[in-house]
Design a protein around this ligand. Sequence first.
Ligand SMILES: NC(=O)C1=CN([C@@H]2O[C@H](COP(=O)(O)OP(=O)(O)OC[C@H]3O[C@@H](n4cnc5c(N)ncnc54)[C@H](O)[C@@H]3O)[C@@H](O)[C@H]2O)C=CC1
Ligand SMILES: O=C(O)/C=C/C=C(\O)C(=O)O
Length: 479
Amino acid sequence: MDIKNYINGNFHEPSSNEWIDNFCPANGEVYGQIPNSSKEDVENAYIAAKSAFPSWSQTTLEERSRILLKISEGIEANLGKLAQAESEDNGKPISLAKAIDIPRASSNFRFFANAITQFASESHESVGMNAINYTLRQPIGVVGCISPWNLPLYLFTWKIAPALAAGNCVVAKPSEVTPMTAYLLGEICNKAGLPKGVLNIVHGLGTTTGQAIIEHPDIKAISFTGGTATGAHIARTAAPMFKKLSLELGGKNPNIIFADCDYDDMLKTTVKSSFANQGQICLCGSRIFVEASIYEKFKTDYVKKVKQLKVGHPSKNDTNIGALVSKPHLEKVMDCIQIAKEENGKVLCGGNRVTVAGFENGYYLEPTVIEVTTDDCRVNQEEIFGPVVTIMPFNTEDDVLQMANKVKYGLSATLWTNDLKRTMRLSNQIHAGIVWVNTWLMRDLRTPFGGMKASGVGREGGFEALRFFTEPKNVCIKY
Ligand SMILES: NC(=O)C1=CN([C@@H]2O[C@H](COP(=O)(O)OP(=O)(O)OC[C@H]3O[C@@H](n4cnc5c(N)ncnc54)[C@H](O)[C@@H]3O)[C@@H](O)[C@H]2O)C=CC1
Ligand SMILES: O=C(O)/C=C/C=C(\O)C(=O)O
């Protein structure tokens, strides 16, 4: 199916008539074309957004909320179609798209439709000065939202929903690798009655379409999720124009397992936190550190469970691990495994491409566990973003804390222990924006979400997102 840009409520071909092949990761075949939108298309999207802004920013909160709820319902009503599109475009198991990706996209709109009705600003009485200060939280104007391929509609809507709820108009670009569900969202928005131009979706490469968005002098804020190198490039480009930036970037997250944890729960969840979505979630616990006293037992039990995961076609209900998102990404992940071997990492299971009968050109890879003896190796320092984890033992809390923090990233961490004091000590000291204790990826959309160090700048979620998408203006009145 050919995809078009959604500008001013209508579907348009790219002005340059330049197209990009869209590949299906499950079989490696081209199954459609997407626009490689130019500066001109981005400008058209901007003009539509700009002209929609005066009206949308003055639309009552109740009305904005009502329309966003309708979009949420539209996503829910199209669950089957969207899940199938997501699975075909991304390679993820359809079961995952149905249970997680699409319901969460719907929740994102529902959550921010409700949150905006509860969003309030501060006032400060300046005692002894006969003055009162109050702070307005005004929409910024036209904002840019750029999202990645791993959780396509989930992350696309995680940015768009708060931006719209706060009264902004949006120029958004999904990943060129997984454009399909963002394309389908346009029709849902029209049916929900979203006024023309409030949301505009342009498709294309990061280096052309994405670059035109971040360089646009009047797109005043950029919310981006993706790789750390791209985040750094966006920051370099946007900073001299004083754009507001929210950057949600890569991770190399420690999963720290103490002997006193609830073992069965830990084991089951660790398999999930290692390999969910083929390991292509920035929050996956890709570095597993296990207390020495249970290391050998863990190693045996974990590898046994990982070997039971079924790699298969994403449309099959019994598939645990689908296809990786693209051929270049598969090659990148396989290169990382090769580097691990060269650095004396021991592959305990996996490490090879999988041929799925009938889909021989699909991008399938075995879930891979690598035992390492030092945390300094590249495979333990660099983000792989695939179904590959490392495991190694540790002796003391101090040792593991040091190793956990000795990476450039600081996105999330998982702790498995029943010792409350240890939980508090480690949670306080660990370099991560998100710490899960005895669980993983349990989400409450009100909480601040994002990372420190090379994992990003700013936080998404809840009122943090609404604060990002508004400009605070303080008014001081003397009486
Ligand atoms: N934190 C996360 O959730 C993600 C991390 N990654 C990491 O990044 C690595 C590279 O993956 P990529 O697909 O190359 O991610 P990327 O960071 O290049 O892509 C993310 C989004 O940014 C856009 N983009 C790329 N260059 C841009 C530019 N100059 N201006 C504006 N937008 C631009 C892309 O078109 C896409 O929509 C992965 O191997 C993985 O390690 C990738 C995707 C998501
Ligand atoms: O908001 C969430 O629940 C998860 C977000 C995940 C990412 O940002 C990612 O994998 O890139």
